[in-house]
Structure formats: structure tokens, C-alpha cells
Unconditional design. Structure first.
Lengths: 88, 202
């Protein structure tokens, strides 16, 4: 139960952070370009994590399944946060 | 602690969703409020996550402590059961063998007391003398007859010493160089040891 609450709060933190990025992007056109660049960088890093999963899992000492779950949930949080902001 | 956790989570959810959907984005004030609420939502969600992690660690520690206590109790119970079983085994053995004593956790036969042995040996000496009346000394250089053997056994049972028995049966005094004494001593030891090996009481 406690672990589920912990994981949910981490996910919620990711969602709210992505909504905050969307909010920052809506303030000014230059902020939009900056946030767009940041999100593009995050996507590239996310893709690199998939490619280098063997090295990273051995360094971080976690299982490949846990690593894939982290990557998928982070993508879902980013999309959900941006989606909630855009749809509001 | 659980209530605090749930409250923080609910607050983070509310601060994230409500201002975005309730307020107008075109208004600068509303936009500012949305920004502030999003930042507050991030803070609430982060605090709730940290609290949940601390609570999970403390629960794991308490579970480990309980497991150690249970294992200690089981070990203590097993040790007490083993000790009582060993005590019952010793008591049962004592009932079966009352002459035994406990030495180093094991039962051993009690060795006979020296004074008891001497009393047993002297019992026969009070009844009749082992040497018959008008005894004629035997020849130590010849093998002893059955009568001589019986007299020697009787002298041994009466508690007579070796030299006294040899002197009474063969008439030879103790001497280191006399061949007759050496022969008599040889017959004496052969008779006494042979009787002991046959299980006779000497």
C-alpha cells in the first residue's frame, strides 16, 4: 500500500511538472521555443535510455523490467501532463 | 501518517487540475494563479512521495525486527525442549541403573569403594581360618594339588596377603633369591589370576 502511494506520487509529480512546462511555454513565444527544445532533448535522452538499457541497468543495479517500467511511465506522465494543460 | 499522505496526494491532484480547468488562461491574474498552483502541486506531490518512502522503510525495518524476535523465541523454545528431553532421559536412566552416576552428562557405573572391598574380604575371615588344622606344607617346586588351590583361594578371600599365604601354605618366607619362594609365588599368582579370570570371587 505504502509503495503504491509512493509510486503514484512520483507519477503525479511527473504529470504536474510537464503541465508546468506547458504553462511556462504558454507565457511567451521565446519560452515556447525554450520549452520545446527542452522537451526535444528529453525525448532524445529517453530514446538513448532504451538503446543503452543494458549498460544503465548494470550501473544503476536495477532489473531491465523495472528500467522499462520507469521509461514508459515517464513518457506517460509527460504526455498526460501536456495533454491536461492543452485540453484545459 | 497515512492520513497526512493521502491529504498531500489529494491536495496535489486538486492543485493540478482545478486551476487549469476553472480559471481563464487569457487573464494574466488567472495565469499567475495557475502557475503558482502548479508549483504548489509539484511541491505537495514531492513531499508525499518522500513521506511514503520514509514510511515504507520504517515498515520494512519493523517487519525485520518482528521476524528476528520470532526467530529468537523459536530458538529459545527449541533449546528448552531439548534440555528438558535430556533431563528426562537422564532421570529414566537413573531409575533403570541406580548405581550409576552422572559424569560429564553421561551415566557411568559407580566404582566400588575400597573400604567396601576390604569389608567384603574380611567377612570370611571371621568365620573359620582358611588353613586347615594340622596342615602340612606343600612342595613349592611341584604343581599345587586341588586342596592347595582351595586353601590359597580361601586365604585370598580371608584377606591374607601374598607373603602370608605363601608362608602358611608352602612354609617359605619372603626372599628375593630363594628359588622355592619364586616358585611358590608363581603358583600363587597363577591360582589367584586364574580364579579371577573364571569370574570366581577372590
Amino acid at each position: 500500500m505504502t509503495k503504491a502511494v509512493y509510486l503514484f506520487n512520483l507519477f503525479l509529480c511527473g504529470c504536474v511538472t510537464s503541465s508546468l512546462l506547458g504553462w511556462l511555454a504558454s507565457l511567451h513565444p521565446k519560452a515556447l521555443s525554450s520549452v520545446s527544445a527542452l522537451i526535444a532533448l528529453l525525448v532524445v535522452v529517453w530514446g538513448a535510455c532504451w538503446v543503452l538499457d543494458d549498460t544503465l541497468t548494470s550501473r544503476l543495479n536495477i532489473t531491465p523490467q523495472d528500467w522499462q517500467a520507469i521509461l514508459l511511465s515517464s513518457l506517460l506522465a509527460l504526455l498526460l501532463g501536456l495533454g491536461v494543460f492543452l485540453c484545459s | 501518517m497515512q492520513l497526512k499522505l493521502l491529504t498531500l496526494t489529494g491536495t496535489a491532484l486538486a492543485l493540478w487540475l482545478v486551476p487549469l480547468y476553472a480559471l481563464d488562461k487569457t487573464q494574466p491574474v488567472c495565469k499567475g494563479i495557475q502557475g503558482a498552483s502548479l508549483m504548489a502541486a509539484v511541491a505537495c506531490a514531492g513531499t508525499a512521495a518522500k513521506l511514503a518512502a520514509d514510511l515504507r522503510d520504517s515498515e520494512a525495518y519493523q517487519a525485520a525486527q518482528r521476524q528476528v524476535a520470532i526467530e529468537d523465541l523459536q530458538d529459545e523454545l527449541a533449546t528448552e525442549a531439548w534440555v528438558s528431553q535430556q533431563q528426562r532421559r537422564l532421570e529414566a536412566a537413573k531409575l533403570l541403573h541406580p548405581a550409576s552416576t552422572e559424569v560429564g552428562g553421561e551415566l557411568v557405573e559407580t566404582p566400588p569403594n575400597l573400604h567396601q572391598l576390604e569389608a567384603l574380604l574380611h567377612q570370611h575371615s571371621t568365620t573359620s581360618p582358611p588353613i586347615p588344622v594340622e596342615w602340612e606344607f606343600a612342595d613349592p617346586l611341584s604343581p599345587p594339588s586341588p586342596l592347595v588351590r582351595g586353601v590359597i583361594i580361601a586365604c585370598k578371600r580371608a584377606g591374607w596377603s601374598q607373603s602370608k599365604t605363601i608362608s602358611a601354605v608352602w612354609g617359605v618366607e619372603k626372599s628375593g633369591s630363594d628359588p622355592r619362594y619364586k616358585a611358590a609365588r608363581h603358583w600363587y599368582l597363577e591360582i589367584v589370576d586364574g580364579a579371577a579370570n573364571r569370574g570366581e570371587e577372590v
